[in-house]
Design a protein. Structure first.
Length: 291
């Protein structure tokens, strides 16, 4: 005699659903951690490529490209001049040969996979998630003589949200100014830099932005602190909380920075202002404590 198949009771179904829900709850954080680790690894590689591009550009005691393009024949930005060294040689040659440069191009090496402000549809402003140290690069800078504090103690690039508040950071542009476009996604356009001690007027007629927070060195022995006391960098701010005058990291564990010696390090949240700003100066004479 064939017995009829017994169905699950309602209680048994609820128990199975509860077990599945618990397993999903345990699995999701693990998956999220794996994704965050992968994004951090890719971002580490990107920022390392930025400083290696600087080294390749400066081979043979050649000075680094200028932030405002004043030391390059094409008057292009520092990040633009690095394009041939970050797998964008074809685009760079196309711009140079045509005599027409454009920001309507996505440079994958300049975008962090963890940057929450990246807009894939916004190709007209040259978004960048990494920023060059403007305090160090404001004058002609060479790998040897410009780093009395040592290249291993001086930050070259830091993470930076592509859209900080209402300020768009761009690898293409050579200055920082108010945008005259009502209703635009951003009110201000800032070259891909941090620690700008001053904004030098360019040929643009638009109003210029005030300086970023930058290091001020004083005392004996010398110590550097921010021009606005207590500020360093932001850790995982929401896009609306961004202070465009500072660098930001999307990683809870700390901010990725590329040093001028080619290494990539992580600055922990709560890094002391004297340590951070001492690492922004190339020749301040500070003694950098552990961080």
């Amino acid at each position: 005699m064939i017995r009829p198949r017994q169905a699950f009771t309602q209680i048994e179904l609820l128990v199975v659903i509860a077990i599945i829900a618990v397993l999903i709850g345990l699995l999701l954080p693990a998956v999220q951690k794996v994704r965050e680790a992968a994004a951090r690894m890719r971002s580490t590689n990107n920022i390392r490529q930025c400083i290696l591009a600087m080294h390749n550009y400066a081979e043979g005691d050649r000075p680094f490209p200028s932030l405002d393009g004043s030391r390059t024949p094409s008057m292009n930005s520092l990040m633009f001049e690095l394009l041939p060294y970050v797998e964008e040689g074809n685009f760079y040659r196309q711009c140079v040969e045509s005599g027409h440069s454009t920001s309507a191009h996505t440079v994958k090496m300049y975008l962090s996979p963890a940057d929450p402000t990246i807009d894939p549809s916004n190709e007209g402003l040259g978004e960048a998630s990494y920023a060059a140290n403007a305090f160090t690069l404001q004058k002609e800078c060479r790998l040897g003589s410009s780093f009395l504090d040592g290249t291993s103690n001086t930050i070259a690039f830091a993470e930076h949200y592509a859209l900080g508040g209402r300020t768009q950071f761009s690898w293409f542009h050579t200055d920082a100014f108010e945008l005259p476009y009502p209703g635009a996604a951003a009110d201000r356009l800032h070259r891909a830099t941090f620690a700008e001690p001053r904004i030098v007027p360019s040929i643009r007629p638009y109003p210029l932005l005030p300086p970023d927070v930058f290091p001020v060195t004083s005392g004996n022995p010398p110590t550097s602190n921010g021009s606005v006391p207590g500020l360093t960098f932001q850790v995982r701010p929401t896009p609306g909380e961004c202070d465009y005058r500072l660098a930001q990291t999307p990683h809870a564990g700390g901010m990725l920075v590329a040093m001028f010696d080619g290494s990539v390090r992580t600055l922990a949240p709560g890094t002391a202002p004297a340590v951070y700003w001492g690492m922004v100066t190339p020749a301040g004479g500070e003694v950098i404590a552990d961080y």
